[in-house]
Write a protein that binds this ligand. Structure first.
Ligand code: FPP
Length: 239
């Protein structure tokens, strides 16, 4: 496979908002608010760098277990994000969509997410996926249930279910797999993010907390990705 080209699809686990705030003696909410700013910055810079797809983990299926106050704060920030930032993204020709199951969110937030998708649906710039109430296992389960239902109705032959078919039933249908997954704040876990899609992704861990992750940090993480040799389980090809 030789040296990897620039990635088309970058995925990010935006971790460390709470620690960023706590280290400054601030309530955790300040970290989440600074995290939203970091996301604005990184979406803008990703588009400028010519990255085609950016997928960010904003709220996991496990995040509901946080204290009610923090969950409400995150939902409030999400509402604000859709209200205030979508116009800016639309101007940048970004196409926005949500991955995950939106049903548990308040109806106005669901509507905002839907109008963001509709408003930006024809844009030809960066494609931004925001994972909300997302979990890789839940996503694969939904795909399996959907396919099992189709098989029961006789609409599909189980023997025909291959990897491409399953991938078409995931939330990420139509997107290429990410070549690189970046996680901030020094943790090296996938935490149920893009389990299927991460099969061959390079995992780049950076020490900075998410609110400190800036344009230069993104460029450094991409440089780290380029340094790695991607072999897809094959032997090195002779040049
Ligand atoms: C991890 O920090 C971050 C989250 C759980 C949420 C990510 C959310 C944002 C970047 C802001 C919201 C985004 C949108 C689109 C509204 P943590 O709280 O787990 O940090 P810690 O590990 O230091 O406690």
């Amino acid at each position: 496979m030789g040296k990897p080209l620039d990635p088309q699809h970058v995925a990010i686990i935006m971790d460390g908002n709470g620690r960023w705030a706590e280290r400054r003696g601030l309530p955790r909410g300040f970290g989440h608010r600074a995290g939203v700013e970091a996301l604005r910055r990184i979406a803008r810079h990703s588009a400028a760098l010519g990255i085609r797809y950016l997928t960010v983990y904003a709220f996991s299926t496990e995040n509901w277990k946080r204290p009610r106050g923090e969950v409400n704060l995150l939902i409030g920030l999400l509402r604000e994000y859709f209200q205030k930032t979508i116009a800016e993204l639309h101007e940048m020709r970004v196409r926005v969509r949500v991955l995950g199951e939106m049903a548990p969110f308040p109806s106005d937030v669901r509507r905002l997410a839907e109008s963001a998708r509709e408003l930006t649906g024809l844009n030809d710039g960066l494609r931004l996926q925001i994972a909300l109430n997302y979990g890789g296992r839940a996503e694969i389960l939904r795909a399996a249930q959907n396919l099992a239902g189709q098989a029961l109705r006789g609409a599909i032959d189980p023997a025909e279910i291959d990897e491409d078919c399953l991938a078409r039933h995931l939330d990420t249908a139509g997107l290429p797999d990410p070549e690189v997954i970046i996680r901030t704040s020094g943790e090296s876990r996938l935490s149920n993010f893009l389990l299927w899609q991460a099969a061959y992704a390079e995992f780049v861990v950076v020490e900075e907390c998410w609110p400190d992750f800036d344009e230069k940090s993104l460029e450094n993480a991409l440089a780290e990705y380029r340094r790695r040799e991607r072999r897809f389980g094959a032997v090195r090809r002779k040049k």
